[in-house]
Design a protein around this ligand. Structure first.
Ligand code: NAD
Ligand code: ZN
Ligand code: ZN
Length: 439
């Protein structure tokens, strides 16, 4: 369990700490993290993200009483490894089928981490459900110190981390990847995979297949035959509502459009909903920019960014009284109620918002009455990573810049401004903010 090959180990480092009960973050000096288990890595953080999920804790929704370091999105460099890594003498790594990073990760490697720890070895991890790893821990929670710091300890690091050097050749994007900035790579830690996950879950749902494939329900992946052989074609417009245009919602819109276009689907109607005009304007600017570069994409489709009242009118004026699919990227009762109001009978709601303890506002009878499918939960970042990296590389016009009219990342600030930017982000007055812990 010895800590070896450590490049640096000051006694303390700076971190953004959350203090209960709410709205209180402080930048403090805290003890330098140590390797506590042979599978651990210590990462020196280059950039850390501020996320809507930090806001649930910030606002006191989570009823947490322990002071802890905030943040769960980070990119950085390995500065220390536990003794199970081959690079520091671990013998079991290479031979016993453990995740490959136990054999290859070295001090000095650049890495990005999913926002939760995933071992890569348990049953959920093996099936691709890495966000529900049996050993899962959330960075920036009472159980694990967060990434809004100069250094962080990563448990089960061989299963959890991505080594940025490793992912180039697999995707044949070597030349372009070397130009990706840390501010872009950081989006892989959470919000881009989560937006992609929301879009993928929705579009792959069997209830949407009549619109995507042209044949009516039922569709099945099981080996069944249809003795009657009826097959009508459906060319109805695919209608989708997306609720919440924070950074996650924006990633969901871009992912959704990418999946539709890649699959040749141009007969859609999308509305994106947020009460904040600034956030609606950003998604409009992003949509227009993407279309300007690809004018043929928009032939039979419509895209609107609207407030909540307008969304309700649009939903109920549709001929089938609602949207085929609704993505909810907010995480409060009013947003999930709106999703239920907007979805059509036999429709699908995909929720990636982090909901709190309140019961869902839809009674069982109402759910029955709409034949609705509800899909919730945490993104398995580790599992969707390759698909998302490919999108990140192709959409550098949105995900590669900082502080432009169409960039997802609004600004990069030092920890001295953490308090101010928590407040501004909480009020929806700025977009995605990254912290440079060394600024
Ligand atoms: N499932 C996952 O794995 C996962 C990962 C990351 C984030 N999240 C969650 O996703 C959600 C969004 O994250 P974010 O970083 O974009 O947060 P954010 O707080 O920046 O964005 C939320 C947006 O929703 C809008 N909003 C609030 N109430 C609304 C309503 N009733 N109707 C429409 N819009 C409404 C707000 O104006 C805001 O723009 C959060 O709940 C976050 O915790 C989930
Ligand atoms: Zn996040
Ligand atoms: Zn696991």
């Amino acid at each position: 369990m010895t800590e070896t090959k450590q490049q640096e180990s000051p006694k303390t480092h700076r971190a953004v700490r959350w203090h209960p009960p709410s709205y209180d973050v402080r930048v403090e000096d805290v003890p330098f993290p140590k390797v506590e288990h042979p599978d651990d890595a210590i990462v020196k953080i280059a950039l850390a993200g501020l996320c809507g999920s930090d806001l649930h804790i910030y606002r006191g929704h989570d009823v947490i009483t322990k002071v802890h370091t905030s943040g769960h999105e980070f990119v950085g460099e390995v500065v220390a490894l536990g003794s199970n890594f081959l690079a520091v003498g671990g013998e079991q790594a290479a031979s016993n089928g453990r995740p490959v990073l136990y054999s290859t990760l070295k001090v000095g490697d650049r890495v990005v981490s999913p926002f939760t720890v995933s071992c890569g070895e348990c049953r959920p991890c093996r099936q691709g459900f890495s966000s529900r790893c049996a050993r899962s821990l959330l960075f920036g929670s009472p159980a694990l110190e967060g990434g809004q710091a100069q250094y962080v300890r990563v448990p089960y690091a061989g299963g959890t981390l991505f080594r940025l050097d490793d992912i180039k050749p697999d995707l044949a994007t070597e030349s372009r990847l070397t130009t990706l900035a840390d501010s872009s790579l950081l989006l892989l830690a959470d919000i881009l995979p989560t937006g992609y996950f929301a879009a993928l879950q929705l579009l792959q749902h069997p209830k949407l297949l009549p619109l995507l494939g042209g044949n009516p329900y039922p569709h099945t992946t099981l080996a069944l035959s249809n003795p009657v052989g009826e097959a009508a074609t459906s060319k109805d417009l695919l209608s989708i509502a997306l609720i919440g245009l924070g950074p996650v919602g924006i990633c969901a819109v871009v992912s959704l459009l990418d999946l539709l276009w890649k699959n040749g689907i141009s007969y859609y109607r999308i509305i994106a909903i947020d009460p904040h005009e600034q956030r609606r304007n950003l998604i409009k600017a992003i949509y227009n920019k993407i279309l300007d570069a690809n004018p043929t994409l928009n032939q039979k489709s419509t895209f609107e960014a609207v407030d909540i009242e307008t969304a309700k009118q649009r939903g109920f004026s549709a001929d089938n009284a609602g949207f085929d699919g609704v993505i909810e990227a907010v995480g409060n009762t009013s947003a999930i109620s709106l999703a239920f109001d907007l979805v059509r009978p036999f429709g699908v709601i995909t929720s990636v918002g982090v909901h709190q303890d309140q019961p869902l506002p839809m009674p069982g009878r109402a759910l029955y009455g709409k034949n609705v499918s509800l899909d919730f939960g945490r993104c398995p970042v580790r599992s969707v990573f390759p698909l998302v990296l490919d999108l990140l590389v192709r959409r550098q016009d949105v995900f590669g810049e900082v502080g432009t009219e169409t960039s997802l990342v609004d600004r990069i600030v030092g920890f001295d401004e953490a308090k101010v930017y928590y407040d501004l982000f909480d009020k929806g007055k700025c977009g995605k903010v990254l912290f440079d812990p060394w600024k």
